[in-house]
Design a protein around this ligand. Structure first.
Ligand code: PHE
Length: 401
C-alpha cells in the first residue's frame, strides 16, 4: 500500500513497474500451473504411506486399495473424461518423512488432495502441512481424535479411538467376562497412548480395574521388565494397544515369562496385518482385537470387495486397510464430482467442504457419513486369531458418553 502512495522519480518508477510486471507474470505462471491440474490432463492425487519400515504392511495394503479404486474410476471415464493419477511417496513410518512427503506432493506435484496416513502420529504431521497449504486430506484409518480436531482440511473415513476403546471395554467386560486388565502401550505413538487413555476411562466406568499400566517404545526388543511387573499384578487380560510388529514380539515374550494362555491378549486395529500371526506364531494364537472389518463378517459389502480384490491380486485376501484405502479414494472422488458440479473446479476449500458433506456413502467398510468433526462413525468388529487368520467374533456397538 505504501508503495502506491509514494512519489517516485521516473527512473525508479520504471524499475518498480518492470519489477511489478515480472512479479505479476510469475504469479500468473504459478497460477496457471496450479490451475492446469484443475482444468486439463490427469488429475493428480497424492498418497503418503509407510511402504517400508516396521509398519510396512499398513502403507502397502492401503496403497493397493487406493490403486484399485483409481483403476475403477478411470475405467468408468474419470471426472468428465479426465483420469485420476496417483502419486505415492514412502514416509517409512516416520513423522518427519511424512511431513516432507506431503509438502512434496503439494508444492512439487500440485496434487488436488492427499490420502493418508494410517498411523495417527503421521497423519498429525501430514495434516498440519495440508492445513497450512489449504489442500484437503482424507485419512483412511487414523483413529486418534486429534487428527481432525481444529483442521477443517482434514477428514477421515473411519471411527475414532474413543469409540474403539469403548468397544474394547465392553467386549472385555461382557463377552470375555473379565475385570482385571493390565496394559502395555507404546509411548511413542499418539494412537497407542490415546487408545490406552480412552480404554482406562471406559473400562473403569464399567466397573473394571486396571491392575498395571506399563509403557514401551515402538521397535523395542526387550519387554521383560514391563512383563515381569505385569505378571506380578495378576491380570486376567493383557491389553497391548500398539502396532503389529511390537504386538507379535510382546506375545512371544509374555508367554515365555509365564503369562499363559489363560490370560487373553487383546489389541486394537493397529494389529491389523498378516504379519501379526507370522511374527507371534503360536504365542498370539487366540488373541482378540478390534478392527474396521473382517473378511468373514456377516452382511455388508466387504465380501464382494474381497472377491474383486482377490481376482486382481492373485488370490490374496486383503486386510481392513485395503478396504479403507479403497473407501477413502472413492469418497474423495464422490466429493470431487459434487465439488466440480457446484463450482466448476476443484479448489482446496471447496473440495474439503464437499468431502465434509459426504452422507450415507456405501463404502466396503460400512456406510460413511462425515460428521461435524469430520469423522465417520462406523461399527466396530471384534476378531480372534484362529490358525493365524483373523476370524469374526462380534460387532460391538459401544456408546460413548
Ligand atoms: N488406527 C491406527 C492409528 O490411528 C492405524 C490403523 C488402522 C492400523 C487400521 C491398522 C488398521 O494409528
Amino acid at each position: 500500500m505504501r508503495i502506491m502512495t509514494m512519489k517516485m522519480n521516473p527512473r525508479t518508477d520504471h524499475v518498480r513497474r518492470t519489477f511489478l510486471a515480472g512479479m505479476l507474470a510469475a504469479g500468473a505462471m504459478l497460477f496457471s500451473s496450479a490451475s492446469a491440474n484443475a482444468e486439463e490432463g490427469p488429475i493428480l492425487i497424492g498418497h503418503y504411506a509407510s511402504m517400508t519400515g516396521k509398519e510396512a504392511t499398513f502403507g502397502q495394503s492401503t496403497d493397493r486399495g487406493i490403486r484399485l479404486a483409481v483403476k475403477e474410476i478411470n475405467e468408468a471415464g474419470g471426472l468428465h473424461g479426465r483420469k485420476l493419477e496417483l502419486k505415492t511417496y514412502d514416509d517409512k513410518g516416520e513423522s518427519q518423512e511424512a511431513g516432507k512427503a506431503v509438502t512434496r506432493l503439494i508444492t512439487d506435484d500440485k496434487v488436488v488432495a492427499v490420502l493418508g496416513e494410517v498411523a495417527s502420529s503421521l497423519s498429525l504431521a501430514g495434516g498440519a502441512v495440508c492445513q497450512q497449504f489449504g489442500v484437503p486430506m482424507i485419512s483412511p484409518s487414523s483413529t486418534n481424535p486429534r487428527v481432525t480436531i481444529g483442521r477443517d482440511m482434514v477428514s477421515r473415513v473411519c471411527f475414532t479411538d474413543d469409540q474403539q476403546a469403548a468397544a474394547l471395554a465392553v467386549f472385555t467386560k461382557e463377552n470375555l467376562k473379565k475385570t482385571r486388565v493390565a496394559i502395555l502401550f507404546d509411548q511413542t505413538q499418539a494412537y497407542s497412548k490415546g487408545l490406552k487413555d480412552d480404554f482406562v476411562k471406559s473400562f473403569k466406568k464399567l466397573g473394571g480395574e486396571i491392575v498395571s499400566e506399563q509403557a514401551y517404545s515402538g521397535g523395542d526388543q526387550d519387554f521383560s521388565a514391563q512383563l515381569t511387573t505385569i505378571r506380578a499384578a495378576k491380570p486376567e487380560v493383557l491389553l497391548i494397544p500398539g502396532y503389529y510388529t511390537d504386538g507379535g514380539n510382546i506375545a512371544i515374550q509374555a508367554r515365555k515369562l509365564g503369562i499363559g494362555k489363560d490370560i487373553p491378549l487383546l489389541g486394537g486395529d493397529g494389529w491389523d496385518s498378516e504379519q501379526l500371526g507370522k511374527i507371534g506364531g503360536a504365542d498370539i494364537e487366540g488373541a482378540y482385537y478390534s478392527n474396521h472389518s473382517a473378511p468373514d463378517q456377516p452382511g455388508g459389502n466387504v465380501s464382494q470387495f474381497i472377491e474383486k480384490f482377490k481376482a486382481e491380486y492373485g488370490g490374496q485376501v486383503p486386510d481392513a486397510l485395503t478396504g479403507l484405502g479403497y473407501d477413502a479414494c472413492m469418497v474423495l472422488f464422490d466429493a470431487m464430482k459434487r465439488c466440480h458440479a457446484a463450482t466448476g473446479g476443484l479448489k482446496g476449500k471447496d473440495l474439503a467442504k464437499a468431502i465434509a458433506e459426504t452422507k450415507g456413502y456405501p463404502g466396503v467398510t460400512g456406510t460413511i457419513t462425515i460428521d461435524k468433526n469430520r469423522n465417520a462413525q462406523k461399527p466396530i468388529v471384534m476378531v480372534q486369531l484362529k490358525n493365524g487368520v483373523p476370524t469374526w467374533v462380534a460387532n460391538v456397538d459401544a456408546k460413548i458418553e
